[in-house]
Design a protein around this ligand. Structure first.
Ligand code: BGC
Length: 733
């Protein structure tokens, strides 16, 4: 893990001594280019017009292309900007030159951007990639994103997004690693290491920015930006875990979440920022607000005005203001009036300078000319990794009668507008891709299936073309229906109150099924969908998420059987929306759901999720047996036999769960503790071992105190969180 040297620390202190108050506050100010001119209404209203349809995408694009951008050059020159959001390397160098050569102290800018699941090489969205259960792969994709973005001058990623999310109505479930803290922690460690650590001294690295700290994924009813109430034991045991893992792995920076947590917005929450994040976890770098979030404290009803919001944020430990200008405009006055002590400003400036120093920006502020164009054409290695990540993220949900894989010479009708839209493969929050790199499903399928034919028929946008459906059904021996969500239906500000297939897609499926021909449903989507109806009626279902630039190839290779699916669900899928939030590791109740009426259940929904966390099928089958738990003092040694009982090689994920049967707090019915990928030839058997330190069987109470309580535990091992072998053990610590 890279740390600052004493000489670098001294250099920072020297700068702090030389800086004026205005210059220190300047470091705490992040700007993005402001759009100026070319339109007559305020920019915010323009966005509203685009959202509510008063303005078409084309009209908006035209206005943008005619407008000018203000890059705040004068403020940079005056030392009033610490960071900017820009991704054009030539622009980065131009602005950096002003900061380094024309500002009084020559402090470099740090350029940040949302690089959530790849930069030019876009990989699967996080919820999908987490389902590979493969931290090495997660690290490799982060490494590649770091190299690519650094070549464009972006050395700070607003990633990884580590929000545990249990409610699929929330649009941002797509950006994070799912519902489980253990998997999310493995994801966090892999991503931070991949971003921040090169493989050799000259391998480029960037600073991670963990977000959204914290509890954003628990927004009430899955509605974005909504309030969050959470018991503190849930906070410590579930939501904080991936953040802790990431800081332990050396993460430099953190972005605070928009929401309030138990009544105090994270932006001004001293307990969260100073006590937990900085003191307890030991964050080395700085905290940035989310976009506009300091000003939103006025809407939260916690601050009277800009000055009040800025003062509260600074006092709470918020080091950098994203986009409001409140620090820039109000903090000097606040310090002069004694509302914010100078030490608070010094600390923020010191933390920001320290991340810049850690990144080497003082010595190498510019993007070198040669690197700038390194990824104008994506190297084969990048395309290959995108394909591998795509293929391995695909989850086979259902395969009745072994319809899949399909015969490459079969006549296949490919249905659905999503199938032919190359730009739909990248998923929410992908900003730097090029359309020519994206492989649509239709173009991938054509390479694998010579007799495939495409019929748009309709899609998530609400359309349905019955004539095309009739033609499609007449042509194909098999129908591949590519349905789901457009990328605009997940991600930020994209919560949905009904998470069934949008538009007329359900009717399209009904019509296809009426034909009696075999139907394979391939889903492109950014959240768990409510698939109760589809599961009951469609024989084969493939969850393909938004898989990034090689999506079409990845899906086609799974359909043809060149790739045997191995992805697992990182989030439970409900049968119907009303079950949300539905997650496997829920607390025990006094009346666990059962067939009996007076239990914790709905009258009109199944007792449990449709597909549980960790679930996913293969073209072969696996059997787990002979679970054995040995108490070896400080550790439990857990062994299980895994057998490939099918006719071809394949990969499964052995998952170890535990349950504390009687504790001083209500505990989850199961908690993932370890997982291992197992690849076996047909008929092969392997014994898999997990070593579990007993001190991992404790939990945090509401005061944040870790408790290890002896008594009965259940040890579960299985292929998903529902189907497990179980062995009870009595433990003393
Ligand atoms: C999002 C963040 C993102 C930021 C900067 C905000 O709206 O919530 O996730 O990093 O914008 O683009």
């Amino acid at each position: 893990m890279r740390k600052l040297t004493q000489a670098q620390k001294d250099r920072i202190e020297e700068l702090i001594r030389q800086m004026t108050l205005e210059e220190k506050i300047g470091q705490m100010n992040q700007e993005s280019p402001s759009i100026v001119g070319g339109f007559t209404v305020p920019f915010g209203e323009l966005i509203e017009m685009l959202t509510d349809g008063r303005l078409s995408k084309e009209e908006f694009g035209k206005i943008m292309s005619e407008s000018k951008q203000d890059y705040h050059e004068d403020d940079i020159r005056a030392g009033r900007v610490g960071s900017l959001m820009v991704q054009d390397p030539a622009k980065v160098n131009e602005l950096q030159k002003i900061a380094v050569e024309e500002s009084r102290l020559g402090i470099p800018l740090i350029f940040g951007l949302d690089v959530i699941h790849g930069f030019k090489t876009v990989f699967p969205i996080a919820i999908a990639e987490a389902g590979t259960f493969d931290p090495d792969l997660m690290k490799k994709t982060a490494r590649m994103a770091a190299r690519e973005s650094k070549a464009a001058g972006v050395s700070w990623h607003f990633a990884p997004m580590l929000d545990i999310a249990r409610d699929a109505r929330w649009g941002r479930v797509s950006e994070g690693p799912g519902e489980d803290p253990c998997l999310a922690s493995a994801f966090a460690t892999a991503k931070v290491t991949g971003l921040q650590e090169g493989e050799s001294p000259d391998d480029p690295y960037v600073a991670a920015c963990l977000k959204h700290y914290i509890g954003y994924g628990a927004c009430e009813s899955g509605r974005d930006y909504n309030t969050v109430n959470m018991a503190m034991h849930v906070f410590y045991n579930h939501y904080l875990k991936p953040f802790k893992a990431a800081v332990d792995a050396g993460a430099q920076t953190v972005m605070a979440a928009f929401n309030d947590l138990n009544g105090i917005p994270c932006t001004v929450n001293k307990f969260l920022l100073r006590d937990i994040l900085k003191k307890q976890l030991g964050l080395p770098g700085f905290v940035v607000s989310d976009a506009n979030a300091i000003r939103e404290c006025i809407n939260h009803g916690i601050a009277a005005d800009d000055l009040d919001a800025g003062v509260q944020a600074a006092l709470a430990g918020m080091d950098m203001d994203m986009g409001t200008g409140i620090y820039k405009n109000q903090l000097q006055k606040a310090v002069e009036e004694g509302k914010v002590p100078m030490e608070v400003i010094d600390e923020a400036a010191r933390r920001i300078l320290s991340t810049k120093m850690w990144l080497g920006l003082f010595d190498h502020p510019y993007v070198d000319e040669e690197a700038m164009h390194r990824y104008d054409v994506l190297p084969q290695e990048h395309l290959d990794l995108a394909l591998e990540a795509g293929e391995r993220s695909i989850v086979l949900l259902k395969n009745e009668g072994d319809i899949l894989p399909l015969d490459p010479s079969a006549k296949i009708s490919v249905i659905g507008t999503l199938a032919d839209q190359a730009e739909e493969v990248v998923g929410a929050w992908a900003l730097s891709w090029r359309k020519e790199d994206c492989v649509s499903l239709w173009s991938g399928i054509q390479k694998e299936f010579s007799k495939a034919k495409y019929f748009p028929c309709g899609g998530p946008e609400g359309s349905m073309n019955e004539e095309e459906i009739t033609e499609a059904v007449a042509y194909g021996d098999v129908i591949v229906a590519v349905l789901g969500e457009t990328i605009a239906m997940s991600g930020e500000a994209s919560s949905r109150a009904d998470i069934t297939l949008p538009g007329k897609q359900h009717q399209i499926l009904e019509k296809l099924l009426e034909s009696g021909k075999p139907v394979v449903l391939v889903l492109m989507n950014g959240r768990p969908l409510a698939l109760g109806w589809e599961d009951a009626h469609v024989p084969a279902i493939v969850e393909a998420w938004h898989l990034g630039i090689r999506m079409g190839d990845a899906v086609a290779r799974v359909l043809s059987g060149k790739k045997n699916p191995e992805g697992r669900l990182s989030s439970s899928f409900p049968a119907m929306t009303g079950q949300c939030p539905v997650y496997y590791n829920h607390p025990n109740t006094g009346r666990p759901a059962s067939k009996s009426k007076f239990t914790s259940r709905y009258l009109d929904a199944p007792l449990d999720s449709l597909y549980p966390f960790g679930y996913g099928l293969s073209y072969t089958s696996f059997d787990f047996g002979n679970l054995n738990v040995r108490d070896q003092g400080d550790v439990l040694m857990i062994g299980v036999e895994v057998k490939n009982t099918g006719k071809r090689a394949g990969t499964t994920t052995a998952q170890l769960y535990t349950q504390d049967v009687a504790a001083s707090l209500v505990r989850p019915v199961k908690e993932l503790k370890r997982f291992a990928k197992v690849t076996l030839e047909a008929g092969e058997i392997m014994r898999v071992y997990f070593e579990l330190p007993k001190n991992e069987l404790g939990f945090f109470d509401n005061e944040g105190k870790y408790r290890l309580e002896e008594g009965l535990f259940r040890i579960y091992v299985g292929q998903n969180s529902r189907e497990c072998l179980c062995q009870p053990v009595e433990l003393k610590f």
